[in-house]
Design a protein around this ligand. Sequence first.
Ligand code: NDP
Ligand code: GDR
Length: 337
Amino acid sequence: MKTALITGITGQDGSYLTELLLDKGYTVHGIVRRSSTFNTDRIDHIYADPHEANTRLFLHYGDLTDGQNLTNLVLDVQPDEIYNLGAQSHVRVSFDSPAYTAQATGFGALNVLEAARQLSKHKETRVYQASSSEMFGEVVETPQTEKTPFSPQSPYACAKVYAFHQTVNYRKSYGLFASNGILFNHESPRRGETFVTRKITRAATRIKCGLQEKLYLGNLDAKRDWGYAKDYVEGMWMMLQHDEPDDFVLATGETQTIRTFLDYTFEALDMDWNEYVEIDPRYFRPAEVDLLLGDYSKAKEKLGWEPKTSCKELAELMVQHDLELAQAEANRKTLAG
Ligand code: NDP
Ligand code: GDR
């Protein structure tokens, strides 16, 4: 069976991709960052003691900014497939930490490609690069396709554009099987709590349970093409099973404002968000991406990939999950007196 190496295994997508690959019989190696607190919450339910028999998930310490460490790991593990999902992935934070974002999100991808190039001298390996719809930035055309020019609007997006082009460069220069997935926003109950969808579903359910009074947000007018992360990791895997490396957009082909996501969330709880939401300019960005809407027809035609979950269904499944979390928190408070 195949072996995969995943950077960013502790993130939202890393956790779903690990489940998918283990289900398919892969051995999975993941890179985790050393941290003074546990950062493996999203994969704890699938991680078994490596001393036990039949374990197929292995974790290694490392960091995308440490190229030597990545090359050593890649040469040791000899993966058939490498998924580079690791990144400083928060757009707003990238304005505060532009240099670190460039190192982790941009040069980190170069480190992964260079490690893969070393391995490819001995055996074939395939690389997936987690590219982003943020690279489109300023609206040039809609819907956005693989041919739409990039116009990045943040240090994060600039770093992703660099990584995108290096991926194409390694493909052309060295014949490396390296594909870019240009993924539009995808969310889930495992989404980080500072991204807007999860911030909304966490706050709305906590308000419902009497644990919070207000929700402070920034720009409510931006439009995003939101899909379900579980659907999207399947597309990542499909890209690396394709007969040739290429670049693919994964999206739903529908776009909604933050206001509409608020509608879906609060309606699922029989509440009106206008009573609870306040604007805090702290959450505005120095430059905003106003409209993202993806055309996934190339992925549909060449990979047979299609999204399965609508934005409304996504909001509802996130609400259901977060309501259970909020109810448990409320119960703990009651018990504690
Ligand atoms: P998350 O923010 O949930 O996860 C990011 C992962 O990267 C975490 O495992 C994190 O580790 C790890 N990481 C961060 N910095 C480093 C570093 N210096 N070295 C090694 N690992 C690091 O992101 P998602 O799962 O949502 O996204 C996965 C990838 O896809 C990212 O590259 C993101 O930019 C990209 N993307 C995401 C989209 C989305 O809508 N979710 C859309 C398009 C692209 P830790 O847990 O320790 O913080
Ligand atoms: P995004 O996601 O920047 O699209 O990047 P995020 O959820 O952070 O923002 C989406 C939109 O919501 C607006 N917004 C707020 N955003 C946050 N985080 N917090 C708020 O309080 C808030 N209020 C309004 C934002 O201004 C923005 O317009 C995500 C990340 O996963 C990237 O890594 C990925 O590449 C892209 O999606 C595609």
